[in-house]
Every structure is written in C-alpha cells, then in structure tokens.
Design a protein around this ligand. Structure first.
Ligand SMILES: C[S@@+](CC[C@H](N)C(=O)[O-])C[C@H]1O[C@@H](n2cnc3c(N)ncnc32)[C@H](O)[C@@H]1O
Length: 283
C-alpha cells in the first residue's frame, strides 16, 4: 500500500490547505508555553498562548471527519515559579470547539529520568512543612472525539488489515490509563532542542484510532515523529511546522537518505512552502 505525506511550512492556526472533514486522526504535542529560545516572541503571555490553542482546536474540528479522534500530548507547566493549568484550559477549549472529552492517559517516564532537582531538593535543606515542590515525571495525553464513530463505515478488509495485536495490548498494558514509556533522551542528535515525543506515543495512538490507508495530521509536527510512524504503519500523513529549519530533520526521519533520496518509490512526499506559495515534490 503506497502512502502520501505532506509537510506544510506555516502556522497551524490556519489550516487552509486542508479540506473540511478530510482527516481521520489528529495527534500532536503543542509547543511548551515556556519554550525557550526560538519561541520567545511567539507568545505575548498565557492568554495569547491559549488563543493559539483555541484557533488550532477550531481548525482541527473543521478538518477532522465526523466521529474521529484528536489527541494532545500536553501538560501543566511551571514558568518562573507559577504553575499554569494548561491541561485543564486546553480541555475546556476543545470542549468549546465542539469535541467530546473521551479520556485522559497519564504518560509516566522512567523514574531514573529525574534526579532530585534544586526545586524539590529544597525540602532536604529545610525538612519542615511548606517546602514541598515535587519534580514532574508525568505528562498527559488527552483524547477528544468529534461526535460518534460509525463502525460500519469501514470495510471488512480494512478492519482486518488494521487489526490490533491482543498480545501487544496485554503485554504493554495499553488497557490502562497509565502508559509507561521511555522519553526521547535530551542528548539525542536528531531531536536536539526539539521536545520530541518517543515513536511509541504516536505508534499506540495511530494503531488504536486509525485504519490503514487513512490520513493522520500533526499540526505541530516538530521533528516529524508522527509522520515517520504514520508512514511505517501504512497511513498517510500531513504535518504542519512553523520552523522551516526543521525540514532536513523531518526529511531524515521520514526516510530520506544522506543523498536526499526518498527511499521506497511507492510513497510520495510533498513540502508546501506557504509563504513562498510553492511546493517541492519527492517520490
Ligand atoms: C513540542 S514540539 C513538537 C515535537 C514533535 N511531537 C516531535 O516529536 O518532534 C512543537 C513544535 O511546534 C512548532 N510550532 C510552534 N508554533 C506553531 C504554529 N503556530 N504552527 C505550527 N507549528 C508550530 C514548533 O516549532 C515545534 O517544532
């Protein structure tokens, strides 16, 4: 089964290139509100950040097919000593955009990921009440649905081709709201300075909420993890990314070799440069 992949270089608060109800699954991790360096000028303040989330939620609702799923990997954020309730605010925004709130999964990173930070270690210097500031090992994966899914709309062939392994479901404990998954190591060369999620996250979501041959959208595609996993799982993908300097990384993740050849000629890849009104096509 040949698959098609499109990378749009632009701002996902407008998804003008994507037709209404043409997407089967949206999965993304929006930028951190306190994201360093690059994004400094992107958000004036928290309200401005939420305004971007609101526009992206409305566009996601428009492009998703009826009954389909939108998934966000997100979490509350500590900035200059203030904790921002991003998960709750984003949930409200998605409900307001028309989605049903379907589930919340907690992603737990390995314990060894954290060493006691200066913040939590304050208690060791001051072992008294009121000095408690725990370190965060968790992220949320919030799941929304656009109305109800019509299971009969999928042919028997496609259902069978997209079957989920019961062994994987049981062995990896997909049935729980706690997912224990490794994170991408901070020193990983391809994802340097990008808060990339591990392949395992879109892998589970794509398997659980889409069928082979369907189209998966990631509006904050970063290093292209979602597109890569979608391709491996025989789904089409659309990624949107505001930072064009990530193009070489996305191409590499998606399967380009060092000579710039897109491996496997059955699949196709297009880059749409919105600003320049041009596109590049690879096969
Ligand atoms: C947390 S990273 C996504 C990482 C991705 N999940 C991965 O595995 O590599 C968020 C990305 O969103 C991009 N971004 C920020 N604002 C954007 C916007 N308005 N439209 C499109 N992309 C945006 C950033 O440049 C960044 O690459």
């Amino acid at each position: 089964m040949a698959t098609r992949h499109k990378l749009i270089i632009g701002d996902c608060t407008d998804m003008g290139e994507i037709a209404d109800e043409s997407i089967h699954l949206m999965i993304t991790s929006p930028p951190y509100f306190n994201a360093p360096f690059d994004y400094k000028d992107l958000y004036k303040d928290y309200e401005h950040y939420l305004e971007i989330i609101r526009k992206f939620a409305e566009e996601t609702y428009r492009v998703l097919q009826k009954g389909r799923i939108a998934v966000l990997n997100i979490d509350d954020m500590l900035v200059d000593g203030e904790k921002y309730p991003i998960t709750a605010d984003t949930t409200r925004i998605f409900l307001k955009a028309g989605f049903r709130y379907r589930d919340r999964i907690v992603w737990k990173k390995p314990d060894g990921y954290l060493r006691i930070s200066r913040r939590s270690g304050v208690l060791l210097q001051n072992p008294y009440p009121m000095y408690y500031y725990p370190d965060n090992l968790l992220e949320s994966i919030i799941i929304f649905q656009k109305g109800k899914f019509n299971y009969r709309s999928i042919s028997q062939n496609i259902r069978e081709a997209s079957k989920i392994s019961k062994k994987e479901f049981l062995d990896k404990k997909w049935y729980m709201t706690l997912w224990e998954m490794n994170n991408v190591m901070p020193g990983s060369p391809l994802e340097k300075n990008i808060a990339a999620f591990p392949d395992e996250l879109p892998y589970r979501i794509i398997k659980l909420f889409s069928y082979k041959g369907e189209t998966v959208l990631d509006p904050f595609v970063g290093s292209g993890t979602t597109m890569k996993v979608a391709r491996n799982l025989k789904r089409n993908s659309i990624g949107i990314e505001i930072n064009k300097s990530l193009i070489p990384i996305i191409k590499k993740k998606l399967g380009f070799d060092a000579q710039g050849t897109f491996l496997n000629h059955n699949d196709s890849f297009v880059i749409v440069y919105r600003e320049k009104k041009k596109y590049e096509s690879f096969r």
